[in-house]
Design a protein around this ligand. Structure first.
Ligand SMILES: Cc1cc2nc3c(=O)[nH]c(=O)nc-3n(C[C@H](O)[C@H](O)[C@H](O)COP(=O)(O)OP(=O)(O)OC[C@H]3O[C@@H](n4cnc5c(N)ncnc54)[C@H](O)[C@@H]3O)c2cc1C
Length: 407
């Protein structure tokens, strides 16, 4: 049985994060124009313990508070700005390290990033996807005592602030997706070049960059996550958990769009009454309100499944958590886009101008839909599990081979 009542401790944390986020509200346009959250704000977030280490198990160097707590806090933060939520200390790197590393490896790597309130980045998207064979074009060639990495990764969030990168690369091209490896790379290592931030539509408080790897040498110890099925499962867990955080950010965005729209349609009058009292508008609000509730319930439920799985892991509980995450991600991402779109529509011409926040919500929602796991990729996970098909990285990894799972 799943209990959806946050604990006293969680309520206190939500209150603290909501207060912190409310303090940022006057500055969110500034963050967007500067294309960054000031380091002082990130330091404050780190001091509050905000970031991915919240849900990471104590055995891996995290706070061990579980994914339910993490999604509650992501939602609270994203209700003010979903972009800021992406820039938190540690970033997706910490989740990837937790999923791919043994406790010993995580204890060695995570403090290098987290203790300084720093940032890491995860490089999976390819600048030029392979069209000839399944797998990545970025290669990790085994050499004496380690590997040499060559290739170019795209859209890497926070790459220009990262001290460490977790890079997915092809170790054995003949094995396709089974020939993948994951490597932790010092961002200052010789041969690593981080490009300038790419211009993006939304979530502009954070930056995405290309990362070039030009003959970067790493030691054998830098390889994490094993290979074959072991790496596949760890990679899927990473995508599902980070995707679930995006689902929570989408719930926060939906809530913000709803609250802002309710206020607007209650105050704006036409033909002698608030426009919210006209059926077309009232029913739209009812639909968006249902979306918030459904997206929130699916997201909390999936997070609870992961927490239950961590307490007593079995192959079955992992599949249930993956499936629940896919449902939550797919639904919440679509709900966010509808929420942003409707909020602009309900504000009429005012919704289109930058004096109001709803145009930003719509842009951020679209960006949420195409980052990490897209709704379609979440659907692929769900369908693969429901049909009992083999889970391989092609289900989620963003290359044209992704599309070959279901044609
Ligand atoms: C804000 C943001 C942050 C990001 N951060 C990172 C990062 O830190 N590191 C990183 O490596 N990458 C990052 N990305 C890249 C992101 O993960 C990819 O954009 C995403 O996974 C989609 O992959 P793609 O762009 O290659 O799209 P493609 O795989 O080319 O897909 C194109 C479209 O087709 C859809 N699609 C794919 N397969 C199917 C199918 N079988 N059936 C139906 N539709 C399908 C996709 O959902 C998408 O809409 C980020 C992107 C954004 C926008």
């Amino acid at each position: 049985m799943i209990d959806f009542q946050p604990t006293e401790e969680q309520l206190l944390m939500i209150r603290a994060v909501s207060q912190f986020a409310a303090g940022l509200r006057p500055n969110i346009r500034e963050f967007e124009h500067a294309r960054e959250v000031p380091l002082a704000v990130l330091a404050e977030a780190a001091a509050m313990g905000l970031g991915p280490a919240i849900h990471i198990a104590a055995s891996h160097g995290g706070a061990g508070l579980g994914l339910v707590t993490a999604v509650l806090l992501e939602e609270a933060l994203a209700e003010v700005d979903a972009g800021v939520a992406f820039g938190l200390p540690g970033g997706s790197f910490a989740t990837a390290v937790a999923e791919l590393c043994t406790g010993e490896q995580a204890a060695a790597w995570l403090p290098k990033v987290l203790d300084a309130g720093g940032m890491g980045a995860v490089c999976f998207s390819e600048s030029k996807p392979s069209r000839e064979r399944p797998g990545f074009l970025t290669e990790a060639t085994p050499v004496d005592g380690g590997f040499v990495l060559r290739g170019e990764k795209a859209f890497v969030l926070n790459a220009d602030r990262a001290s460490h990168l977790l890079v997915f690369a092809q170790v054995d091209a003949s094995k396709g997706w089974d020939g993948l490896g994951a490597f932790i790379v010092d961002a200052k290592a010789e041969g690593v070049r981080v490009g300038p931030a790419v211009p993006t539509l939304g979530l502009n408080a954070v930056r995405s960059c290309t990362v070039q790897l030009d003959g970067v040498r790493v030691t054998a110890e830098a390889r994490v996550g094993g290979s074959g099925q072991e790496l596949t499962r760890a990679t899927l867990r990473f995508f599902a958990k980070e995707g679930l955080k995006n689902a929570a950010r989408s719930v926060g965005l939906c809530q913000s769009a709803l609250t802002t729209s309710l206020e607007y349609v209650s105050n704006r009058k036409a033909f002698g009454k608030p426009i919210g009292h006209f059926q077309a508008i009232a029913f739209t609000l009812a639909d968006r309100s249902m979306d918030v509730d459904a997206a929130r319930t699916l997201t909390w439920q999936a997070a609870a499944r992961w927490d239950q799985h961590e307490a007593k892991p079995t192959s079955r509980s992992e599949k249930e958590a993956l499936l629940a995450s896919a449902f939550a991600i797919s639904f919440a991402l679509e709900a966010a886009m509808k929420a942003g779109d409707c909020a602009v529509q309900l504000h009429g011409g005012a919704g289109f101008i930058r004096d109001y926040i709803v145009e930003k919500l719509m842009r951020d929602a679209k960006q949420l839909q195409v980052c990490f796991l897209t709704a379609e990729q979440a659907d692929q996970i769900a369908a693969t599990l429901e049909l009992g098909l083999p889970l391989d990285p092609a289900v989620v990894l963003p290359t044209p081979e992704t599309q070959s799972v279901f044609t």
